[in-house]
Design a protein around this ligand. Structure first.
Ligand code: HEM
Ligand SMILES: [Cu+2]
Length: 647
């Protein structure tokens, strides 16, 4: 390894403090508002993603609570039908698009470089851009809602009800343009994860030593890259149908069913996009609390990838009731059964890890255990709907609402909450309170099950989803009351987490670099980490660099204190895709406002299109290009002047 042997490799013990100071000078950005807006530090954006996603979780949760009050008894009139329509649509799209995926992006944006032993994402500016445009797309859709023009046709927005004829207000245009902007965000983010995963791993971290969370995210990212084009196109065509009288989805020449195909070939993979990284959180963090490596690393990685690949072949199970040919029916039904196999494999791997480990019953562990239970329950109700004849009965009833919440809250929210207990200390330097944590877990877990378990029966009793009220005497009242009570308990549980984060951020116990005795690289640096993450580029020799002593793995040891410092400007090491051999020293971009300005211009362009303000649209397009020009303008400091590393 020429790089490691060159004069740019230093022993940190000898020159530690001056090297750290030098690195800090190079990497730290401006203070103040301008610095806050122009930073490209992945840790900042990781935290912002998580905070923003939580705000959307709270908004979506409040919308849900209002709906639950309306549904607490028969013939209630708190909401009009139109208000109810907007609420469940906003709730669904907020949770799925503005919370579930971005919160996981937050974890990954924060953790990727730390897990991989890198100094930042491969494209720090693109990272900033993904965040800003996500934020603006959310604000865009919410602007419509606040103005009284929220989407009102469910999160999947089926024509013909979404067409101009039945929906003449701008409601659907806010949704359509907002989703196109959101698609830009998730696509840019996904490309960044893929490249970071392939080229920014610490030397020695060959592809079979990568933490599972990064596998989950990178697999989800491929899912995003292949599925989002379908939905962006669908929303764009819907918009042209509505604005320019094209006829893709109208019931004249066009086909409402075409929308369903385009939407679900996106949205079924999307459900894996919002769970695979969460499963990765559990696969990486659960073993810390079982004091042993995950059982079946390779199998879990293969299961992750297999789930995503198969995830592109089951979309029709959302359309069983649309009168598709029998052959297609049986094919997609069978595929939907088969896709549960890799998930079951992962469940067995987690159970085996707990079984053969020495579990520490921390709050995080409780969340992960709860996650496994709910994953299993949500999986079982999912398999039930995969049977086409059963689905004829269950579709569009509360059974499906129960199922989606088991899956989404079980696999996403519980994993995220557990993940916060694990990595909040890394992000802030302070531990979350464990006593409050237990209250947090049990209220969430019990509240959730009180709310959503009875909902299976509500569905079997025939209550359709998306109805704003129901008459007396159908046997639906009692279950609905229980559900509403459970929903409020669940909300109280979420509140406890927020209180815990608020209080512990200032008054929590100091975490130290490695409060849990974790195995992976993020625990090798301080909490919170310095801007440059690692003073010395770690060199990795196993899957668990920090457990090599206790695991007694034979052979080489990872080197965390001695190695390259790379302090000739803002620099990062890039390595080869499979074996992670040092390849080149990459110059990293300085802070800049360009990504923020580009995101602003793109959003303004969307707003102008919504208003048919074509002159404005032209101006914002030019501004967008101007921002991109500033962004990409060649800079001397970015020139690849360092020697190429030879291996
Ligand atoms: C406090 C917690 C929650 C409560 C009380 C709740 C309640 C509800 C209610 C009442 C509906 C509408 C049912 C209908 O009229 O058809 C609904 C729909 C939905 N919820 Fe939730 N929910 C919660 C959390 C979540 C979370 C965390 C997610 C996703 C991560 C989620 C995803 C959805 C989706 C996708 C729909 C379908 C929307 C549609 O029909 O278009 N929910 N929820
Ligand atoms: Cu599906």
């Amino acid at each position: 390894m020429a790089v490691a042997d060159s004069d740019r490799s230093l022993e940190l013990q000898q020159s530690g403090a001056p090297a750290r100071e030098r690195l800090a000078r190079i990497w730290e950005g401006e203070a103040g508002l301008r610095g806050w807006l122009s930073t490209v530090d992945h840790k900042e954006y990781g935290k912002r993603y998580i905070a923003t996603a939580f705000i959307f979780l709270i908004l979506g949760g409040l919308e849900a609570l209002v709906m639950r009050v309306q549904l607490a008894g028969p013939n209630k009139t708190l909401l009009t039908p139109e208000q109810y329509n907007q609420l469940f649509s906003m709730h669904g799209l907020t949770m799925i698009f503005l919370y579930a995926q971005p919160v996981l992006s937050g974890f990954s944006v924060y953790l990727f470089p730390l897990l991989l032993g890198a100094r930042d994402m491969a494209f720090p500016r693109l990272n900033a851009f993904s965040y800003w445009i996500y934020l603006f797309s959310g604000l865009f859709i919410y602007a419509g809602f606040v103005l009284g023009y929220g989407p009102n046709d469910g999160w999947f927005n089926y024509p013909p009800y979404a067409s101009m004829r039945y929906n003449p207000g701008p409601n659907m245009d806010f949704y359509a343009i907002g989703m196109i902007l959101f698609g830009v965000s998730s696509t840019a983010g996904a490309a960044n994860f893929v490249v970071t995963f392939l080229r920014a791993r610490a030397p020695g971290m060959s592809i079979n030593r990568v933490p599972i969370l990064t596998w989950g995210t990178v697999t989800a990212s491929f899912g995003i890259l292949f599925s989002v084009p379908a939905v962006s196109l669908a929303f764009f065509l819907l918009w042209t149908d509505r604005q320019f009288g094209t006829d893709f989805f109208n019931s004249g020449q066009g086909q409402p069913l075409l929308w369903q195909h385009l939407f679900w070939i996106f949205a079924h993979p999307w459900v894996y996009v919002v769970v695979l990284p969460a499963m990765g959180i559990v696969s990486d963090a659960l073993p810390i609390f079982c004091r042993r490596p995950l059982v079946g690393y390779t199998v879990v990685v293969l299961a992750t990838v297999a789930t995503m690949v198969m995830g592109f072949g089951v979309w029709l199970h959302h359309m069983f009731a649309t009168g598709i040919p029998y052959l297609a029916l049986s094919f997609f039904s069978a595929a939907s059964f088969v896709i549960t196999i890799p998930s079951a494999v992962a469940v067995f791997a987690w159970i085996a890890t707990i079984w053969t480990g020495r579990p520490v019953l921390s709050t995080a562990f409780l969340f992960f255990a709860g996650f496994i239970v709910m994953f299993t329950l949500g999986g079982v109700s999912g398999v039930m709907t995969a049977a086409a004849p059963a689905d004829q009965q269950l579709t569009d009833t509360y059974f499906v609402v129960a199922h989606i919440h088991y899956v989404l809250i079980g696999i996403n929210v519980l994993a995220v909450m557990g993940g916060l207990y694990v990595w909040f200390p890394k992000m802030t330097g302070r531990l979350l309170d464990e006593r409050l944590g237990r209250w947090n877990f049990w209220t969430v877990f019990l509240g959730f099950n009180i709310a959503f378990l009875p909902m299976h029966w509500t569905g079997l009793a025939g209550m359709p989803r998306r109805i704003y009220t129901y008459p007396e005497g159908l046997g639906w009242t009692a279950v609905n009351v229980v559900t509403t009570i459970g929903a409020f308990i669940l909300a109280a549980g979420v509140l406890l987490l927020l209180v815990n984060m608020y209080v512990s951020r200032r008054h929590g116990a100091a975490a130290g670099p490695d409060p849990w005795g974790g195995p992976t690289l993020e625990w090798a640096t301080t909490s919170p980490p310095p801007t440059y993450n690692f003073a010395v580029i770690p060199a990795v020799a196993s899957r668990h660099p920090l457990w090599e002593g206790s695991l007694d793995e034979s052979g080489e040891r990872s080197s965390l204190q001695r190695g390259m410092i790379l302090d000739d400007g803002k620099e990062m090491l890039t390595t080869t895709a499979l074996d992670a051999e040092p390849d080149a020293i990459q110059k990293m971009p300085p802070d800049t406002l360009a990504p923020l300005l580009a995101a602003l211009a793109a959003t303004a362009l969307g707003a102008a299109a919504l208003l048919h303000a074509w002159i404005g649209a032209t101006i914002f397009t030019l501004l967008l290009f101007a921002a991109l020009l500033v962004w990409l303008w060649p800079q001397r400091a970015m020139g690849q002047i360092s020697e190429q590393a030879h291996v």
